[in-house]
Write a protein that binds this ligand. Structure first.
Ligand code: PLP
Length: 434
């Protein structure tokens, strides 16, 4: 960049910060009035961006949002003090990336702008989320528009752990790739590392080995890099604990959630931040530079509150753990010796089956055979909806199927899933050309 451009850019950044700093700070809203930190009252004649048709602080609306936020924060790992609600997983990813960037700006480290993520991960379908994700099919069309992101290997013991290595040694080796990537980029340039604790859509419910995320946390701390955990798919009880990171005994700086939060009844996602991130922003410019019309949407919050209460009142996390164990055991018994089942993995009611042409070499099926599509169709014939996904052309993974039944699943239904899934796999394999 030319020196002129660089100085224009840094001047506009200073201007943006100063502009934001000198704006009055809205402290509360009451009906049509907004009150700033000096107690000055402003008549809100625009309703924000023409949205606030009930005025500010309608008691019913406030109650729904506060109850939902309080419930999540109370149950969160220590220090995860604030949550705000967005409309889904991709937006949660975008907001998390922006929050990380803003944190470093507030800390006087504007050069920290690089993100590191993992291969075979999915973080959403908007441009920032596609950039940090690694779904080749979804990225291809937009590749020239995506910000540059360093991808490291994911923790994928089925394929990456060497047979002469312990799980602990493999976990250290996989995590240390992050250390190397940070050093190569220069720690002073790196904003955050983002990862799914249990990889969902692109890797078939793949949990890390024990200790991997602890080491990741240490590496992030050592270099002042924020840790963002994407729990959009694996969180909110899916893996048997409300937050998937509980099982890793790791507290992130930023955590995203969506799917299970509203259980699909309403479009809602959430971004949760650790106290240190919140404090940096509150003592800096005062507000997160992210916002959409439907931030903290009341109907979404009300639905999510109802969902989370049902989970608590019906003790569904206990059922997730119990039925998850049974389902995994059932699948292992039914498919463990199957010549084309390479791996049965997962945690809680978030399980994955990886199919391979050859068990010994773990060679995947030829992607042109479209085994995943055959699995979907065979599932329809067997009366089961599963979530198959294709293998990679470069042989980095086989076709896999994710199973993620409702938390209310019963003993009998678990047995049915095992039976029908077994028949589905056999039917799909029989449909392959001889
Ligand atoms: N992050 C993860 C881990 C996901 O699995 C998904 C969706 O599958 C997303 C983000 C994006 O969420 P949404 O589809 O709600 O935008």
């Amino acid at each position: 960049m030319s020196p002129d451009k660089a100085s224009t850019r840094s001047a506009s950044r200073v201007f943006a910060r100063e502009f934001h700093r000198t704006l009055p700070k809205a402290m509360r809203g009451e009906g049509i009035w907004i009150v700033d930190s000096e107690g000055r009252r402003y008549l809100d004649a625009s309703g924000g961006p023409a949205v606030s048709c009930l005025g500010h602080s309608h008691p019913k609306v406030i109650e729904a949002v506060q109850r939902q936020a309080a419930l999540l924060v109370e149950a969160a790992p220590a220090g995860m003090d604030k949550v705000f609600f967005v409309c889904g997983g991709s937006e949660a990813t975008e907001a998390a990336l922006k929050l990380a960037r803003q944190y470093h700006l507030e800390k006087g480290q504007p050069q920290r702008r690089h993100f590191i993520s993992r291969r075979q991960s999915y973080h959403g379908n908007t441009l920032g989320a596609l950039a940090v994700g690694d779904n080749p099919a979804r990225r291809a069309t937009y590749a020239p528009m995506l910000m540059e992101v360093r991808h490291i290997a994911t923790c994928y013991p089925y394929r990456e752990k060497r047979s002469d290595e312990t799980e602990a040694a493999y976990g250290r080796r996989a995590a240390d790739e992050l250390d190397r990537a940070i050093r190569e980029l220069g720690p002073e340039n790196v904003a955050a590392f983002i990862a799914e604790p249990v990889v969902g859509a692109t890797l078939g419910a793949c949990p890390p080995v024990p200790g991997y995320f602890k080491r990741i946390r240490e590496i992030c701390d050592r270099h002042g890099v924020l840790l963002i955990l994407d729990e959009v798919m694996c969180g909110m009880g899916r893996c048997g604990t409300l937050y998937a990171c509980e099982a890793e005994d790791v507290v992130p700086d930023i955590l995203t959630m969506a799917k299970g939060l509203g259980a699909g009844y309403q479009p809602i996602g959430g971004v949760m931040a650790h106290r240190r991130v919140v404090e940096a922003i509150e003592s800096g410019s005062g507000a997160l530079m992210h916002g959409h019309t439907y931030l903290n949407h009341t109907v979404g919050c009300a639905a999510a509150l109802a969902v989370q209460r049902a989970i608590q009142e019906e003790d569904l996390l206990a059922n997730v753990r119990r039925q998850g164990e049974r389902l995994k055991q059932g699948l292992e018994e039914r498919l463990g010796n199957h010549r084309h089942v390479g791996d049965v993995r997962g945690r809680g009611l978030f399980l994955g089956i990886e199919l391979v042409q050859d068990r010994a070499s773990k060679r995947p099926f030829d992607p042109d055979l479209k085994l995943h599509a055959r699995l979907r169709d065979a599932g329809m014939s067997e009366g089961i909806v599963c979530y198959p996904s294709g293998g990679c052309v470069d042989g980095r993974r086989g076709d896999h199927v994710v199973l993620a039944p409702p938390f209310t699943v019963t003993d009998r239904e678990v047995e049915e899933i095992v039976e029908r899934m077994g028949r589905t796999i056999d039917r799909a394999l029989r449909s392959l050309p001889a």
